[in-house]
Design a protein around this ligand. Structure first.
Ligand code: SAH
Ligand code: SF4
Length: 432
């Protein structure tokens, strides 16, 4: 989401005559786009500001700005506390950046931290490098108010972009040769553009160009509709892959988190998805050490993981965020207990990833060739529908951006290795 927002900011600045510096040393203006989701994300920014301070001492004219959630959360404090910061702009005021830059050049401090109920930046074309994959924000904000989460406070109320403007953006990306788009929102299932829901949006986006594979994140289990599952099943270029954060396997903790679903309801969605979308795979987010979490609650999370068997998971230690409801519940799970539980969750996930990957040996997967593999330029790295990397030998007739079919020969928990069996031009879209 921050990558998408950064491209938006780059679009706004570029339209106003700003160009991009090659590196931070040669820049007149440096913006850090920030995340407040967990304490360590914020700590990293303080680290970066420390480095910028040294640069600014050498070049006092350099303007330093903080964008995004930290700007919203810490507001003017950041400017007062850190004299180094000249400009501070929250997620809904990026349009004002050029004007706020003028304030800074006039000797003042540029501050824009108001949240909006309507801003979706519908009309702004993000500045993107040439490439194969693009992020597209389809919604902003969140109204769910999970008790641990800072997002509703830093990114404001939920609002959807118009379907028409999203489809136009995908058409534009198609014309530029992009081959994959990921639609982004904190809770895409509550997308609503004058009666068009998220399934309608996905169907419209998938129909723009069957040579573009479509991903999305994130789905909230509460609002997941059957219509969405049938839509995914009906379009070959919609990935058979659902990121469905569960957070915990204990109903007591889910209630304290205000997640508004139970483990039983969650498992019903998984079962339905498996029936409606053959070969579907899942990934999730899990938080360990939420306030009052007992060993029993933790074991329920491991049990749920055993039941679902996720292809992948983002796993976090609970991080108290000031202003949230959970903050007032205390942070009573000791750090070493949190770490130990997280470690067990990570180990179990690795075991499941390896198990699921091993089941793919001998099978074929349709993948997008993304470029050279990280370790060797004799191999390409390609990506499956389920977001796994497959390493394939380079061969004549195959280039970056091709969709190819590969046979999987060997796997680890994190990577697949295979051989190309055929090359496709486009995904065939099947009839609904
Ligand atoms: N809107 C999405 C994702 C939000 S942030 C959703 O609801 O699924 C991504 C993930 O960060 C969350 O799913 C959650 O697992 C994690 N997260 C959010 N706040 C956190 C906190 N205070 N401590 C630890 N992890 C947190
Ligand atoms: Fe945060 Fe919950 Fe909204 Fe996700 S759905 S952004 S976790 S409040």
């Amino acid at each position: 989401m921050n990558t998408a927002d950064t491209e938006l900011v780059m679009g706004i600045l570029n339209n106003n005559g700003y160009d991009f510096a090659k590196d931070v040393q040669s820049a007149d203006v440096v913006f850090l786009n920030t995340c407040s989701i967990r304490e360590n994300a914020e700590q990293r920014i303080y680290g970066r500001l420390g480095n910028l301070k040294i640069l600014k001492e050498k070049n006092p004219q350099m303007v330093v700005g903080i964008l995004g959630c930290m700007a919203e959360r810490l507001k003017k404090n950041l400017i007062e506390e850190r004299k180094l910061v000249d400009i501070i702009v929250g997620p809904d005021e990026y349009r004002r950046l050029p004007e706020l830059m003028d304030v800074v050049y006039g000797g003042g401090k540029g501050i824009g931290v108001k949240l909006s109920r309507t801003e979706t930046y519908d009309d702004i074309i993000p500045y993107r490098e040439e490439g194969l994959q693009a992020w597209i924000s389809v919604m902003r904000g969140c109204d769910k108010f999970c008790t641990y989460c800072v997002v509703p406070f830093t990114r404001g109320r939920e609002r959807s972009r118009s379907l028409e403007s999203i489809v136009k953006e995908v058409e534009h990306l198609s014309a530029k040769g992009f081959r994959e788009v990921t639609l982004l929102g904190q809770n895409v299932n509550s997308y609503d553009d004058n009666g068009n829901d998220f399934a309608d949006l996905l169907a419209a986006v998938a129909s723009v160009d069957t040579g573009i594979r479509v991903r999305y994140m994130t789905s909230h289990p509460q609002d997941f509709s059957d219509k969405l599952l049938y839509t995914i099943a009906a379009h070959e270029n919609l990935c058979n892959y659902i990121h469905l954060p569960v957070q915990s396997g204990s109903n007591r903790i889910l209630e304290l988190m205000n997640r508004t679903y139970t483990v039983e309801h969650y498992l019903t969605i998984i079962e339905k998805a498996k029936k409606i979308i053959p070969g579907v795979s899942f990934s999730t987010d899990i938080i360990s050490g939420f306030p009052t979490e007992t060993l029993e609650d933790h074991l329920m999370t491991l049990e749920l993981m055993e039941k679902v068997k996720y292809d992948g998971a983002f796993m976090f230690k609970y991080s108290p965020r000031e202003g949230t409801k959970a903050y007032r519940m205390g942070d009573d799970v000791p750090e070493e207990v949190k770490s130990k539980r997280l470690q067990q969750i990570i180990e179990l996930q690795h075991r499941h990833s390896l198990e699921l990957n091993s089941e793919l040996i001998g099978k074929t997967e349709k993948v997008l060739v993304e470029g050279f593999s990280k370790k060797s330029d004799k191999f390409f790295a390609a990506r499956t529908d389920s977001n796994k990397i497959v390493v394939i030998p380079i061969q004549d007739g195959i280039v970056e951006g091709d969709y190819v079919e590969v046979r999987i020969d060997r796997v680890t928990s994190g990577t697949l290795f295979g051989e190309v069996t055929s090359v496709f031009d486009k995904y065939k879209s099947s009839a609904v």
